[in-house]
Design a protein around this ligand. Structure first.
Ligand SMILES: Cc1cc2nc3c(=O)[nH]c(=O)nc-3n(C[C@H](O)[C@H](O)[C@H](O)COP(=O)(O)OP(=O)(O)OC[C@H]3O[C@@H](n4cnc5c(N)ncnc54)[C@H](O)[C@@H]3O)c2cc1C
Length: 385
C-alpha cells in the first residue's frame, strides 16, 4: 500500500487553487477534507492501530504532523486552522479517551470521514458598543451534563460533525477560565439544541475558518462523552502541545510569501537589486530558522513530554509569529503594491496571518518566557500573566 503522505504535495496544490474562493465566500473548505479522506490523510493523530497515520507530539512523531500542517498552511492558512482543530481533537481522544470512545470515534473518522474540532472560545471581556456576551454554564445530571450559552471563534462551525467542548464547571470562560474546572465533552453537532449564528464572524482574515458563534440551548451530553476528568486538559498540558502547532501554520504562511517573492522578483528582473537581495535574504533566513526551531521542539517532544519541550514550544510560538510577519512584510516591500491586489495570494496571506497571530497575546507569551528564565511561576498553556 502506498504511503498516503505521497499525496500531500498534489493535494496542497488543489487547496491553494481553492483558497481564494473559500476566502471570498467565507465558507468552510469542505472539498479539502473530502480529498484528505479519499487520500487516507484524514486521521493524522489517530494511532496506526486504529487505521490512522499515528503522528503528533503524543505518538513520537511531532515533526511529521507539523510539517504536513506547514505544507497546508502555505496553501491556505484558514484551511490549516481547520486541519489543526481536527488533528488536535483526535489527539485529545487518543491521550484521554476510553477504549469505547476510541473504538467509536476513531471508526467514525477513519471509515466515515467525520470531522472534529475543539471549542473553548469564551472571551469574557466585552467590546465597546456590543452588548453580546459569550460564555457557557454546565450542569451535571444523573447520567450526563447540560450545556447552555454560547461560544465564539468556533472554527469549522459549519463543517465539523463533532466538537470537543472545553467548558468549565466553575463558570464561563472555557479553558481560559478556572484551572481546575476545565471539562472536555464530545458534542454531536447534529444535535438540534446546537445552533450556529453566522452574524458575528466578519473578520479581516481567516474567513474560511467559519469561526462563528455557536449556541447551546439545554444541550444534553451523556457522561459517556466526557473525555478525561475535570482539570485534565491543563493538568496534562494538552494546550502546550498545540502551541507549536500554531507556529507550524505561521511557518507555512512565511514559506508561501517567500516562494511568491522569489517568483515575482525574477518575473520583474529585480534579482540584481541590492535592497531586494537583502529582503530575500532575510526571508530565506527566517524560513530556515522556523524549520530549525520546529525540528528542535519536535525532537524534545519526541523524547518525552517534558517541561523543556513545553518551554521550547512557547519560545518557538513567539519567534515564529515575528519571523512570519517579517517575512510577509519583506515580501510586500520586495514586490510592491500589486502583490496586494487580488487574486494575488499575498493579499490573503497578509490578512490571514495578521488575524491568526492574535490567537494568543505575544506580550504575554514573551513575559512567560522571561518568567521561566527567572525561575518565576509561569503558565505554558495560555501564558496568563
Ligand atoms: C482565527 C482564529 C481561530 C480560532 N479558533 C478557535 C478554536 O477553534 N477553538 C477555540 O477554542 N478558540 C479559537 N480561537 C479563539 C482563541 O483561542 C482566543 O480565545 C481568542 O483569540 C481571544 O480573542 P480576544 O483576543 O478578542 O479575546 P480576549 O480574551 O478578550 O483578549 C483580548 C486581549 O486582551 C488580553 N487580555 C485578556 N485578559 C487580560 C487581562 N486580564 N489583562 C491584560 N490583558 C488581557 C488578551 O491577551 C488579548 O490580547 C480562535 C481565534 C482565532 C483568531
Amino acid at each position: 500500500m502506498t504511503d498516503p503522505r505521497t499525496e500531500i504535495n498534489p493535494l496542497a496544490e488543489s487547496f491553494a487553487r481553492r483558497a481564494e474562493k473559500y476566502d471570498r465566500t467565507a465558507s468552510f473548505p469542505g472539498e479539502n477534507f473530502d480529498d484528505l479522506f479519499a487520500a487516507g490523510l484524514h486521521a493524522p493523530t489517530v494511532p496506526a492501530s486504529y487505521g490512522g497515520l499515528g503522528l503528533g507530539p503524543y505518538q513520537g512523531d511531532a515533526h511529521g504532523l507539523w510539517m504536513i500542517t506547514t505544507k497546508f498552511a502555505a496553501a491556505d492558512l484558514s484551511f490549516a486552522r481547520c486541519w489543526e482543530g481536527h488533528a488536535n481533537s483526535l489527539l485529545m481522544i487518543d491521550v484521554l479517551g476510553t477504549r469505547e470512545q476510541k473504538d467509536s470515534w476513531f471508526e467514525g473518522v477513519v471509515r466515515h470521514g467525520e470531522r472534529w474540532v475543539a471549542w473553548s472560545g469564551e472571551p469574557q471581556t466585552g467590546e465597546p458598543g456590543d452588548r453580546r456576551r459569550f460564555g457557557t454554564s454546565v450542569e451535571q445530571t444523573a447520567d450526563g451534563w447540560i450545556v447552555n450559552g454560547s461560544k465564539a471563534f468556533a472554527t469549522s462551525a459549519t463543517g465539523a460533525d463533532w466538537a470537543v467542548l472545553l467548558v468549565n464547571v466553575d463558570g464561563p470562560g472555557g479553558a481560559r477560565g478556572s484551572q481546575t474546572g476545565v471539562l472536555m465533552l464530545a458534542c454531536d453537532l447534529a444535535d438540534p439544541s446546537v445552533s450556529t449564528d453566522p452574524s458575528w464572524w466578519d473578520p479581516i482574515g481567516m474567513r474560511a475558518t467559519v469561526s462563528h458563534v455557536v449556541r447551546f440551548d439545554q444541550t444534553y451530553i451523556p457522561d459517556s462523552h466526557r473525555i478525561g476528568l475535570p482539570g485534565d486538559y491543563l493538568r496534562l498540558g494538552l494546550q502546550s502541545a498545540f502551541v507549536p502547532h500554531y507556529a507550524a501554520s505561521f511557518l507555512g504562511a512565511a514559506e508561501a510569501a517567500y516562494a511568491y517573492a522569489i517568483e515575482y522578483v525574477h518575473q520583474q528582473n529585480k534579482a540584481t537589486d541590492p535592497y531586494v537581495q537583502h529582503r530575500i535574504g532575510s526571508m530565506a533566513v527566517a524560513v530556515e530558522t522556523g524549520h530549525l526551531l520546529l525540528r528542535h521542539v519536535a525532537d524534545l517532544w519526541d523524547r518525552g513530554v517534558s517541561t523543556a519541550a513545553k518551554l521550547a514550544a512557547t519560545r518557538a510560538r513567539h519567534m515564529m509569529e515575528h519571523l512570519a510577519l517579517d517575512t510577509v512584510d519583506h515580501c510586500v516591500r520586495s514586490c510592491g503594491a500589486r502583490c496586494l491586489v487580488r487574486p494575488s495570494p499575498v493579499e490573503r496571506i497578509l490578512r490571514d496571518l495578521t488575524f491568526y497571530v492574535r490567537h494568543d497575546n505575544d506580550d504575554h507569551i514573551l513575559a512567560t518566557i522571561g518568567r521561566a528564565a527567572l525561575d518565576q511561576p509561569y503558565d505554558s498553556s495560555f501564558h496568563k500573566p
